[in-house]
Design a protein around this ligand. Structure first.
Ligand SMILES: *[C@@H]1O[C@H](CO)[C@@H](O)[C@H](O)[C@H]1NC(C)=O
Ligand SMILES: *[C@@H]1O[C@H](CO)[C@@H](O)[C@H](O)[C@H]1NC(C)=O
Ligand SMILES: *[C@@H]1O[C@H](CO)[C@@H](O)[C@H](O)[C@H]1NC(C)=O
Ligand SMILES: *[C@@H]1O[C@H](CO)[C@@H](O)[C@H](O)[C@H]1NC(C)=O
Ligand SMILES: *[C@@H]1O[C@H](CO)[C@@H](O)[C@H](O)[C@H]1NC(C)=O
Ligand SMILES: *[C@@H]1O[C@H](CO)[C@@H](O)[C@H](O)[C@H]1NC(C)=O
Ligand SMILES: *[C@@H]1O[C@H](CO)[C@@H](O)[C@H](O)[C@H]1NC(C)=O
Length: 463
C-alpha cells in the first residue's frame, strides 16, 4: 500500500505533537498552580470548581489505537481523518475553516482541546473532574467489526482494571463519580446487555456496573440515559479566529434562501412506510405540482425556485465532503431531520451551522438529547416539530405545515438558529483569544459535565 508511509508519518506527527503539547501543558498548569496562592485572585476564582485532572493512561488506551486505523475489514480506513488532531484534512488547500471531519474522531478532538483547557491540574486531589483520555469508540471497533466480536462484554474491563491497580486512590476518592470520558458513537453501540448470548450488536461498556458512576459524553444517548450525556456531533467547520468565524456568520446571513425545504441524506427508497420515504414522495410530487398556486411564495423578496430539494447522500458519499450539502443548506429555509438507523443525525448540526431551520420528527432526535447545547425551552423558537406518525400514517403534508408558518416568524426563527452557531461548532484547537471568548460545543460540554458532577457529588454526600 502506497499510502502506508504517509499514514505512519501522520501518526508520528500526531504523536509528536501530543508529546510536545503534554510537556507545554503540564508546564503551564504547573504555572497556574504555582501562582495560585501567591497572586491575583481572578485566576483562582475563574477556576474555582472547574479544575480538571487528565488521568495518565498508557498509550494502549489512546494513541496506539490510532495505528490500526486501516485494519478494520468491515469499517472504512479512517487514517486520513486523523490529520489536524482529528479535525481531518482541510477540504481543499486554500480552505481556512473547513475540514473533512469524521465524527468518530471526536475523542481525539476532545483530547486535544482539553490539553488547552485553562484549569488543568496535576493534582487529582484538587480536581473537580477527572478526564479519562481513552478512545473508547475507536477501541470498540475491534468488538463491533473485528476479531473480538464474541467478547464484546469485556469492552472497558481492561481500563477498569488499570484504574484499580494504578493509583487506585484517584478512582476511590469519589467512587468514579467524578470521572468522565468521550465515546464517539451512539450509546446504543455500547449498551448490549451482559447476558446476551450470542451477542447481537454492540459492546457492553455502558452496561458494566464498574462504570455506572462514570460519565460518558456521546453524540447520541439512549431514551433513558444513565451514565451518558449527549454532545453535538462535530461538523466540518472549525474556525481558528474571530474573523473567520464572523465571515461565515455574514455568509449565512446574506445567503438567499431559494429552496423551501431540503433533505440531505439517504434511505427511504424501500417499500416499507417510514418518514424518509414520505419525505421522498412529497418531494418528488412537489416538483410535479410546480404550477400550483403555492409555488409563488415570496420570502425576503426572494421567490422560492424550489419547493423541495433532496441531496442524495446514499452510500456515505457526503460523509467527508461537506461542500455537497453545505451549499444547498445555505440556500434552504428548512432542513428536514428525519431519524434513520438511529434517532439523531450529524446533519442537524450542519443545518444549524448553515442557518437552516431544523425540522424534527421525533423528540429523541434532539430535544431529549442535547439539553446543554440546545436548551429545551427554546425549541419552538429555532425549530419545527412534526410528529412522524402524522406524516407517515395520517397523510399530514410537511409542505403544508411549513407553508403555514408566517414569514415574520420564519425570519425570527432564522435569527435564533444563527444565535446557536457558536455553541454547536467545535473551534480549531489553538484558536485566537478573541474566538475563545465565545463558548463553543467543547466549552459548553465542559460546563455541563462539571455541573453534573457537582450535583452528583452533592447527592452522594447528602446520602
Ligand atoms: C489582578 O490582575 C488584574 C489584571 O490581570 C490586575 O489589573 C490587578 O491589579 C491584579 N490584582 C492583584 C491584586 O494583583
Ligand atoms: C492492531 O492490530 C493488530 C493486528 O490486526 C493487533 O495485533 C494489535 O493488537 C492491534 N493493536 C491495537 C492497539 O489494537
Ligand atoms: C463468534 O461466535 C460465533 C458463534 O459461536 C462463531 O460462529 C463465530 O465464528 C465467532 N466469531 C469470531 C470472530 O470468533
Ligand atoms: C459507585 O458509587 C456507589 C456509591 O454511590 C458505590 O457504592 C459503588 O461502589 C461505586 N462503584 C464503583 C465501581 O466504584
Ligand atoms: C404523489 O402523487 C401521486 C400521484 O399524483 C399520488 O398518488 C400520491 O399519493 C402522492 N403522494 C404524496 C405523498 O402526496
Ligand atoms: C418550476 O417552474 C419554475 C418557473 O416557473 C422553474 O424555474 C423551475 O425550474 C421549475 N421547477 C421544477 C422542479 O420543475
Ligand atoms: C403548468 O401550467 C401551464 C399553463 O398554466 C400548463 O400548460 C402546463 O402543462 C402546466 N405544467 C405542469 C407540469 O403541470
Amino acid at each position: 500500500m502506497a499510502c502506508k508511509t504517509q499514514i505512519t508519518s501522520i501518526f508520528f506527527s500526531i504523536k509528536f505533537h501530543f508529546f510536545l503539547l503534554s510537556i507545554i501543558n503540564s508546564a503551564s498548569s504547573q504555572q497556574i498552580l504555582n501562582t495560585e496562592s501567591t497572586t491575583n485572585r481572578t485566576t483562582t476564582e475563574d477556576c474555582n470548581n472547574r479544575w480538571i485532572h487528565i488521568r495518565n493512561l498508557p498509550s494502549r488506551f489512546n494513541l496506539d489505537l490510532l495505528t490500526n486505523c486501516s485494519e478494520y475489514p468491515l469499517f472504512d480506513d479512517f487514517c486520513p481523518y486523523l490529520a489536524n488532531h482529528g479535525l481531518g484534512p482541510k477540504t481543499h488547500a486554500k480552505s481556512r475553516s473547513w475540514y473533512r471531519t469524521d465524527p468518530l474522531l471526536l475523542e481525539l478532538v476532545f483530547h486535544r482541546r482539553i490539553l488547552e483547557y485553562p484549569c488543568l491540574t496535576d493534582d487529582p486531589n484538587v480536581a473537580n473532574a477527572i478526564f479519562l483520555p481513552y478512545y473508547a469508540a475507536i477501541d470498540s471497533l475491534r468488538y463491533l467489526y473485528g476479531p473480538d466480536v464474541n467478547s464484546s462484554f469485556q469492552h472497558g474491563m481492561e481500563l477498569f482494571d488499570f484504574l484499580q491497580s494504578d493509583e487506585p486512590g484517584i478512582w476511590k476518592r469519589h467512587m468514579g463519580h467524578d470521572h468522565f470520558l468521550v465515546m464517539a458513537r451512539p450509546a446504543w453501540d455500547f449498551s448490549q446487555p451482559l447476558n446476551n448470548d450470542p451477542p447481537i450488536w454492540g459492546t457492553s461498556f455502558l452496561e458494566l456496573p464498574e462504570f455506572y458512576n462514570a460519565t460518558a459524553l456521546v453524540p447520541e444517548g439512549r431514551a433513558w440515559p444513565w451514565q451518558e450525556h449527549a454532545v453535538p456531533y462535530p461538523t466540518s467547520f472549525h474556525p481558528q479566529n474571530l474573523a473567520f468565524f464572523e465571515a461565515w456568520i455574514q455568509r449565512v446571513k446574506r445567503s438567499k434562501r431559494t429552496t423551501l425545504m431540503l433533505f440531505a441524506g439517504g434511505g427511504g427508497i424501500g417499500a416499507t412506510p417510514n418518514i424518509r420515504r414520505s419525505i421522498r414522495n412529497e418531494c418528488e410530487n412537489s416538483s410535479i405540482n410546480n404550477n400550483s398556486s403555492r409555488f409563488n411564495v415570496l420570502e425576503n423578496n426572494v421567490m422560492y425556485s424550489k419547493i423541495c430539494d433532496i441531496v442524495d447522500c446514499s452510500n456515505g458519499i457526503c460523509e467527508h465532503d461537506p461542500i455537497r450539502y453545505m451549499k444547498p443548506m445555505l440556500q434552504a429555509t428548512f432542513c428536514l431531520q428525519p431519524p434513520g438507523d438511529t434517532p439523531t443525525r450529524r446533519s442537524t448540526f450542519d443545518a444549524i451551522l448553515a442557518g437552516c431551520i431544523p425540522v424534527f420528527f421525533e423528540e429523541l432526535s434532539a430535544k431529549m438529547q442535547y439539553v446543554w447545547h440546545l436548551p429545551e425551552e427554546k425549541y419552538a423558537e429555532f425549530s419545527v416539530f412534526i410528529p412522524k406518525e402524522e406524516v407517515v400514517f395520517k397523510g399530514l403534508r410537511i409542505l403544508d405545515v411549513l407553508m403555514g408558518i408566517p414569514r415574520s416568524e420564519v425570519r425570527r426563527m432564522r435569527e435564533s438558529v444563527r444565535d446557536l452557531i457558536p455553541r454547536v461548532m467545535y473551534r480549531r484547537h489553538g484558536s485566537s483569544l478573541g474566538l475563545r471568548t465565545k463558548k463553543d460545543a467543547f466549552d459548553t460540554a465542559m460546563d455541563g459535565t462539571l455541573q453534573r458532577m457537582r450535583e452528583r457529588l452533592a447527592n452522594i454526600l447528602a446520602r
